[in-house]
Design a protein around this ligand. Structure first.
Ligand SMILES: [Zn+2]
Length: 389
């Protein structure tokens, strides 16, 4: 009996000492930001040549860590979190968790660049969009004529997507939304709807998936990073961390483009390991940050540009590959945006709208968090191996 009493506090003490994976998931911007500073301290101890980069503008500071490998190398892995602000809560956790993984710490020949909370306003305010309601993953257009894009499909749906009456929550509000969704689906077909809505629109500044009318300030950050860290490398892999779409608990590898001839198949060799934007379950978008970043690398560095490829890690939360899941996802997005512009009178309604939104992009479920970290490990190892080759 005495022994058990002695061992018990020891057992619990050790449990407290060992970092639990769930501790990486922070609930506020400030906590995540401080934890990222801590990660830099960890990195600095392992590699004194590591650097912290800070990009400061009106909305705050976007921090990045550049972490050279043990040996001199011209391979680089870049990880962005929070292109969609609220998705930074998971993205930041994944980045800081990776810093502590032995296979990342002990890698010999891949440099790492981590960009933390790219949409810092959305991260602080738990919104997906930035301070101007701009979806940064629809903003980075490589062809400027996109600002005058044809939004005719979206225009037909504008009243439904962006209601202007006061937000409410509850059985009737939800039922009305669902009925309208079914109605629209019968009239237009689910796939047409998905494409019209998700590809991005440049007409309604207060609407969902608004891409803006000029490029966001983060453009300067991308250029600084290219000049300072990407230049001089020969092979670069870019990951943009997202949450929300796809099968719950699954890490989807989402490529915005076609399957044929895609260099990503060299890395992800399993059948259907990659989801392509052109697949019917997913969607193509314009103004994607990742595509722009790679385009900008090639444009700036010209014949000295590294071979650069990238992919979106999309951690699914609401089974949006199914019809019911996709309507529910859209409902949460519409309600949140409506509540932002036309706030609910009832404080409880507003709270529930915000909660639903947060759960869609930052699930509180411990199991969900565990499974996405496990899959992140598997995919990251493949990428590190490919870079090392
Ligand atoms: Zn996203």
């Amino acid at each position: 009996m005495k022994k058990i009493i002695l061992i018990l506090p020891l057992f619990f003490g050790l449990r407290l000492l060992a970092a639990d994976f769930n501790d990486y998931f922070k609930n506020t911007f400030d906590e995540a930001d401080q934890a990222f500073d801590q990660s830099f301290e960890t990195v600095k101890k392992l590699q004194p040549l590591a650097q912290k980069h800070e990009f400061t503008f009106e909305q705050g500071t976007i921090k990045s860590i550049y972490w050279p490998a043990k040996k001199k190398t011209d391979k680089l892995l870049v990880l962005f979190s929070g292109t969609h602000g609220i998705e930074a809560f998971v993205g930041s956790s994944v980045q800081r968790w990776l810093v502590d993984q032995p296979y990342v710490q002990n890698r010999e020949d891949v440099n790492i660049l981590m960009v933390h909370g790219f949409n810092v306003y959305g991260f602080k305010n738990k919104r997906r969009v930035n301070e101007n309601n701009i979806d940064l993953n629809r903003n980075f257009v490589t062809d400027r004529s996109t600002w005058q894009s044809d939004d005719s499909g979206y225009k037909k749906l504008n009243d439904y997507l962006n209601p202007t009456d006061e937000a409410t929550y509850g059985f009737w509000a939800n039922a009305k939304f669902m009925c309208n969704a079914v109605n629209k689906m019968v009239r237009h077909g689910l796939e047409n709807l998905r494409n019209a809505i998700l590809r991005g629109q440049y007409t309604y500044p207060q609407g969902l998936y608004y891409g803006g009318n000029m490029i966001a300030r983060q453009w300067d950050l991308l250029n600084e990073l290219i000049d300072k860290y990407v230049a001089g490398h020969a092979k670069v892999f870019v990951i943009d961390l997202h949450t929300g779409y796809g099968k719950r608990g699954k890490l989807h590898l989402l490529a915005n483009g076609k399957k044929e001839g895609n260099p990503l198949i060299e890395i992800f060799t399993e059948q259907n390991e990659i989801d392509y934007g052109s697949d019917e379950k997913f969607y193509s978008i314009q103004g994607e940050m990742l595509t722009f970043f790679i385009h900008e690398i090639n444009y700036k560095l010209k014949d000295k540009a590294p071979k650069s490829v990238g992919i979106t890690f999309e951690y699914g939360t609401l089974d949006s590959q199914k019809t019911t899941g996709s309507i529910e996802s859209l409902r949460r997005m519409v309600f949140e945006n409506q509540n932002f512009w036309h706030p609910a009178q009832d404080a409880e309604d507003a709270e529930k709208i915000k909660n639903d939104f947060q759960e869609m992009f930052f699930p509180s479920d411990r199991e969900w968090r565990k499974t996405i970290l496990d899959q992140t490990e598997e995919k990251t190892k493949k990428i590190l191996d490919w870079l090392s080759k």
